[in-house]
Design a binder for this molecule. Structure first.
Ligand SMILES: Cc1cc2nc3c(=O)[nH]c(=O)nc-3n(C[C@H](O)[C@H](O)[C@H](O)COP(=O)(O)O)c2cc1C
Length: 339
């Protein structure tokens, strides 16, 4: 039986962006971080940190939803399980200009489980289908789901396939699969990203079983070559921690994974552009530290990378710190070179 159906991308607005995405990460993928990532890759789809329906419906929407137009294409990730609330938030996201709305069914943290948010929802496929249905009726941008290969004692593969089948019947055709189980009790969120083993083959099997769906694989991806290999089996790769810790490898994505003919920027190009961004943001009242903390890994692997990191960390947190500190840190790197 052929694995690929000829026209499985029935919703081009989704699959167009699926090839590479950078993961939603609380406290990390905020708008400053995303602006920085966008300097490295123009093509990849970016995700916000998770925002709960409660925060959007009762809190300061602008704080959670505002973004710089340069960040597009940009998806917002929602946390919640009330169909009506999620529908309202999906509409809000569309009005704010987002490209996609993603529902978090993968986050294992205890705090999150209390509000029935995240991975615990994998135990309730019908409820997730209801949520997705309400969301997609409320707006016209694509609704996608990010989930795990399973939770707790669930059967290894069948429960996930059945979850995806049920949810896809509700107008969702893109699934981002973090290729490890979530243990809902006894592991911290951090352990839940390291301890359960990665099982890529379960994600490949999902794509084979449901070839008409757009399947994006996530977890442990650290290079372009590994991404190319994974893209032989699935439609997209989502990269999390490596994008944050070693951001410069993202500069290869557009050429190598999207066949762009535009030359990759150098690290210094990126630093200069980000410095300009920081100037603008500081003029608007933002603190340098809130932006510069995301770029500490820019020179990873280069001579003086630690000098850069330390220089920025030590000086950027002063309340009146100016953007030029970033350029001074670059010069300090050069001075640290033996002659
Ligand atoms: C600091 C941090 C925060 C995260 N926050 C979220 C989140 O808000 N929503 C989500 O779906 N996943 C979250 N994750 C999980 C990542 O999106 C991703 O699934 C996971 O890190 C595995 O990918 P990686 O090995 O490429 O990092 C977070 C991960 C980290 C490290």
């Amino acid at each position: 039986m052929p694995n690929q159906s000829p026209s499985h991308h029935h919703n081009p607005s989704q699959s167009q962006y699926a090839t590479v995405s950078l993961a939603p990460m609380m406290d990390w993928s905020d708008r400053h971080c995303r602006f920085f990532w966008r300097l490295l890759t123009k093509q990849s789809l970016l995700y916000t940190e998770m925002v709960t329906t409660g925060a959007l419906l009762h809190g300061d929407r602008s704080r959670f939803l505002d973004f710089n137009p340069e960040e597009q294409p940009l998806a917002v990730q929602l946390g919640g399980s009330n169909p009506q609330a999620l529908a309202e938030c999906a509409k809000m996201a569309e009005d704010w200009g987002y490209t996609e709305v993603n529902l978090n069914c993968g986050c294992p943290s205890d705090r999150v489980q209390e509000g029935k948010i995240g991975a615990i929802l994998m135990a309730e496929p019908e409820l997730v289908a209801e949520c997705v249905n309400a969301m997609s009726n409320a707006c016209s941008i694509p609704i996608t789901v990010k989930h795990r290969i399973g939770i707790d004692e669930q059967d290894d593969y069948p429960a996930m396939e059945s979850f995806v089948r049920t949810v896809s019947s509700a107008n969702c055709d893109t699934f981002i699969v973090h290729a490890r189980k979530a243990w809902l009790k006894g592991l911290s969120p951090k352990q839940n990203r390291e301890v359960p083993p990665l099982k890529y083959e379960h994600v490949f099997a999902l794509k084979k079983a449901l070839p008409h769906l757009t399947i994006v694989i996530n977890g442990g991806i650290t290079s372009i070559e590994q991404s190319q290999n994974l893209l032989q089996h699935v439609d997209g790769v989502m990269i999390g921690r490596e994008a944050y810790n070693n951001p410069y490898f993202l500069a290869q994505i557009d050429q190598q994974l999207y066949q762009s003919s535009i030359a990759a920027p150098s690290r210094d190009d990126v630093l200069h552009a980000f410095t300009d961004y920081c100037k603008t943001e500081i003029d608007k009242g933002n603190r340098l530290h809130h932006m510069s903390r995301h770029i500490l890994g820019l020179y990873l692997g280069e001579y003086g990378a630690r000098v850069f990191r330390r220089f920025v960390t030590e000086r950027a947190c002063k309340p009146d710190a100016q953007a030029e500190i970033l350029l001074a840190a670059r010069e300090a790197m050069n001075r640290s070179k033996p002659v």
